[in-house]
Design a protein around this ligand. Structure first.
Ligand code: ADP
Ligand code: MG
Length: 311
């Protein structure tokens, strides 16, 4: 086995760590990131964009990824889409290992397994093709028959609420309409995963909500596992799970068990070294800093501000 980034030195170490963990981590999850690392190198400068990121997404789940600019969200999506390779760690989608894949498998993976929507609405569609032709194009590349292509393009445009826009070209559409067409293009070949990197970043509130609803509809109707990066809190509020990335690691997550209006529960990743990141609002509101006192109770752990009395 060779490391695709030519960095073979810590391979033994990685294998040792993988063996230590055993095969169970993320078993059954559709997207698995285990201790994912991505280091960009250039001009003698190294940027550690991902530093041991863990993430599991279940089949058919839809999650939002949030985090400050530069926290590694796009890096993660580029890896999951097969466009970029991690430096170390494990990344699997639908049981396929993104580090082990050969060039041919990778191409197939990118064409059939994942759909991608970019933030820049102009980047998702070819300007000289009509909407219907844009949606049919990936199916043509996959060798599907003309009639089948036209039929599915029609169905998808219908599902995304842009059925009457088939004959128009991208320049004749609003930003929100372009993004909905882009989603149709992304799922044309029935990928198991849909990845969207700030798909509403260029849109106003109404456009954002429409595009987000379209993603939800695709997730619900087609069962496509969906990961959406967003800056928009209003958008992030509308999924069952929001995962926050901080400094190239998953830190906290919020679950809303019954979707909108459900009781909000805060979770944090517990890594194999026992590290937990506490939400900043929690620690700040109790003035926790530098050190906390821990107690083991029968069914939970207590975390107390340093200096508080034992009760
Ligand atoms: P986000 O999408 O959360 O804003 P990115 O994944 O784009 O964050 O970037 C994470 C970090 O990696 C940033 O510090 C960014 O400057 C750096 N980075 C991203 N792409 C490259 C690249 N091609 N070369 C060097 N550094 C990069
Ligand atoms: Mg980004």
């Amino acid at each position: 086995m060779t490391n695709p980034n030519g960095n073979g030195t810590n391979l033994a170490e990685l294998e040792r760590r993988a063996a230590e963990r055993g095969p169970v981590y993320g078993e059954g999850a559709h997207v698995v990131c285990d201790n994912l690392v991505r280091i960009y190198k250039g001009d003698g400068v190294e940027v550690v964009a991902l530093q041991g990121l863990d993430l599991l997404v279940e089949q058919g789940e839809m999650i939002a990824l949030v985090g400050a600019s530069g926290s590694g969200k796009s890096t993660l999506l580029n890896i999951l889409s097969g466009l970029d390779l991690p430096t170390a760690g494990v990344a699997r989608v639908g049981g396929m290992d993104l580090l082990e894949m050969k060039a041919r498998e990778r191409l197939r993976f990118r064409r059939k397994e994942v759909g991608f929507v970019w933030q820049q609405t102009a980047r998702n569609l070819l300007p000289y093709l009509t909407t219907a032709q844009n949606v049919a194009l990936p199916m043509r590349l996959a060798g599907r028959k003309r009639r089948e292509r036209a039929e599915r393009a029609g169905e998808l445009l219908e599902l995304l609420g842009v059925a009457d826009l088939g004959p128009r070209r991208p320049a004749e559409l609003s930003g929100g309409e372009r993004q909905r067409v882009a989603i149709a293009v992304a799922v044309a070949n029935s990928p198991s995963v849909l990845l969207a990197d700030e798909p509403t970043g260029e849109l106003d509130t109404t456009g954002s909500l429409e595009v987000f609803e379209a993603l939800r509809e695709v997730n619900r109707e087609l069962g496509t596992t969906t990961v959406v990066v967003t800056h928009d809190d209003e958008v992030a509020e509308r999924v069952d799970r929001t995962v926050r990335i901080r400094d190239g690691r998953t830190s906290t997550e919020i679950r809303r068990p019954s979707g909108e209006g459900g009781a909000r529960e805060e979770y944090s990743v517990l890594d194999r070294a026992g590290r937990v990141q506490l939400p900043r609002e929690f620690t700040e509101s109790l003035g926790m800093k530098d050190r906390v006192r821990l107690t083991l109770e029968t069914d939970h752990l207590g975390v107390w501000p340093d200096g508080t009395e034992r009760r």
